[in-house]
Design a protein around this ligand. Structure first.
Ligand code: AMP
Length: 217
């Protein structure tokens, strides 16, 4: 099954994508993680995207499409995938259509979370410098200083309030139009992303099951 998780930064896409991919036994494709790894390794791609990421801007559509096209060409994505962070513009969505020809339907799940909750969540978010996982998706023990893997926890450089406000502004103008784009195709399922993570997971599972049952009946 081909799934896209859509929603503003901090809506919980990364956490939900990982759980969903494990349950469906398909890979997660997180473009933010791919870019952060490229920046960390100092590769030509990393050097090209670092400044845009630090500002909270979007990376160029052509570069993003190339990155996702290369990942979708790998055989482990043949039976499906969960995309987290792509598409983020209508142009990227149109490119994705091209990449997915003859590869089955796409289900787009929107995690809806208001800006006030996003700013609070992201100012508190800490990620592991070693494994990249979020330390504390549900707001549990914020005082812990290391991840279960032993890596230390840090705030992401683009999670500061000024950069988050810029990312939300860009989400509104560049990414929100995708909601209508996919709604018009009846591919969109909206979920209240303000609920605790386990309830969001259960609702995503219910929505995906319903689509799957419908397509096999
Ligand atoms: P994320 O981890 O998904 O919040 O992404 C972190 C940053 O990576 C974003 O703020 C963008 O700078 C960049 N990025 C990730 N995915 C995309 C995309 N599909 N299009 C453009 N930029 C992206």
């Amino acid at each position: 099954m081909n799934i896209v998780l859509l929603g503003p930064p901090g809506a919980g896409k990364g956490t939900q994508a990982a759980g969903l991919a494990r349950a469906l036994r398909v890979p997660t494709i997180s473009t933010g993680d791919m870019l952060r790894r490229a920046v960390q390794s100092g590769s030509p791609l990393g050097l090209a995207v670092k400044a845009a990421m630090d500002r909270g801007d979007l990376v160029d559509d052509g570069m993003m499409t190339e990155l996702v096209a290369a990942r979708l060409a790998e055989p482990d994505t043949r039976s499906g995938f969960v995309l987290d962070g792509f598409p983020r513009t209508v142009d990227q969505a149109l490119s994705l259509d091209g990449l997915l020809q003859h590869r089955g339907d796409l289900v787009v799940v929107e995690l809806a979370v208001p800006d006030s909750a996003i700013i609070r969540r992201l100012s508190e978010r800490r990620v592991c410098v070693q494994c990249g996982r979020n330390a504390d998706p549900d707001g549990g023990n914020k005082s812990s200083i290391s991840c279960a893997c032993g890596g230390s926890l840090r705030q992401r450089s683009d999670d500061t309030e000024s950069v988050v406000r810029e990312r939300l502004r860009i989400y509104e103008c560049s990414t929100r139009p995708l909601i209508d784009f996919y709604r018009q195709r009846r591919a969109l399922r909206a979920i209240d992303g303000t609920q605790p993570a386990d309830l969001v997971t259960a609702e995503i599972a219910r929505v995906i099951d319903a689509v799957f049952d419908h397509s096999t009946n």
